[in-house]
Write a protein that binds this ligand. Sequence first.
Ligand SMILES: *[C@@H]1O[C@H](CO)[C@@H](O)[C@H](O)[C@H]1NC(C)=O
Ligand SMILES: *[C@@H]1O[C@H](CO)[C@@H](O)[C@H](O)[C@H]1NC(C)=O
Ligand SMILES: [Zn+2]
Length: 418
Amino acid sequence: MQTKNTMALLGLLTLLLCELMTVVNSNRIEALRIMDGTPVIDGHNDLPWQLLSKFNNQLNKADLFTLNDTHTNIPKLIEGRVGGQFWAAYVPCDTQGKDAVKRTLEQIDVIHRMCEKYPANFQCVDSTAGIAEAIRNKKVASLIGVEGGHSMDSNLGVLRTFYHLGVRYMTLTHSCNVPWVDNWLVDTGSDPPKSNGLSEFGKKVILEMNRLGMIVDLAHVSEKTMRDALEVSQAPVIFSHSSAFKLCNNARNVKDDVLQIVKAKKGLVMVNFYNNYVTCGNSANLSDVADHFDHIKRIAGYESVGFGGDYDGVPRVPKGLEDVSKYPDLVAELLRRGWTQTELEAALASNLLRVFKEVEETSNRMHSLQPVDEPIHYEEIKGDCRTSYGYNIETGSAVLPHVGKGLLLVCLFYALFL
Ligand SMILES: *[C@@H]1O[C@H](CO)[C@@H](O)[C@H](O)[C@H]1NC(C)=O
Ligand SMILES: *[C@@H]1O[C@H](CO)[C@@H](O)[C@H](O)[C@H]1NC(C)=O
Ligand SMILES: [Zn+2]
């Protein structure tokens, strides 16, 4: 009798387990079906930084098919149904005021060379039309995002040149203040406020980005900067890799009232998978990340949420989301939580495409405007690693180059005494 009961119980358990497996499996199959039609466009991946760190950008020495100590390689991208990726042209804050511009150019170059070396897998593009074409060609649409305003060295000529090189978003700061904009560490108290959000010059940078058609990215900025940029920008903005503050009160994440402004402005928050921004601890799992998707959808709507994994830019990623091959598992979990196909397609790709299109249209509308050419005040960028050419015309003898000053004195001497 007892054996019979045990047997029955075992049978029931097996049945339940099978049922569960089938549900899990069917969600995964459905996720793959959706992603085969609409592959993910992710907001932020730091593979270029890995190429610098591991190979000093010698792509000849790197094999992106067999690379196995990174979150990203070509087989994983294919398995993960990645259709588009903003590759970060990231250089650390300690380059600020030194070789930031050169270092950034070097990272932009390595992204271009990655597309050239693997033409069957990557297609470098710089427009919504380009993204669609690359996806049709079954390649990863490869876009460039510059991570941190320090990269443009407070110079609008450099910003415009970045645009010409294909850069389509700039994160206003990384983890340091820039002469014209404050970063998130201001909100933790570890950096002093400087511009209190965006300075007047900072607002001009935003408008020039709008005019060019470069997306404004607010990951890494202070809360006041978020609010200023959301107010000033003529086009929707993104957070390329940030999560929900309500679930993890880290200043890198986005507060609910800011999420509501993002919704009103038709912008986009692309969820960061970094454990410490997901749970505020060192460990996290796929389900914790799904909570951020649910929360942002609840507050800002499904049209304002996206994927911004931050792969290869962080030391810890959640259990179940170990590398870029795992996006379908997250989509399966969202299906389990009741997300519809329409909502998932929005989060995977169409939200980003909508924002980018809006940015392109804003640029077209602003096309007749002259480029902003008023430079930042010299005092803001004065330093040993910069010359002052140009500024002597506008700011008078106080900033004349050394030789110029000497020459002026000689002239003065002659004028007075000869
Ligand atoms: C990773 O790649 C290196 C270099 O190609 C190789 O020596 C190593 O065996 C690989 N490791 C694994 C776990 O595949
Ligand atoms: C994920 O982690 C949370 C705690 O953050 C835990 O409650 C949950 O059971 C975990 N889920 C899975 C599927 O491991
Ligand atoms: Zn970052």
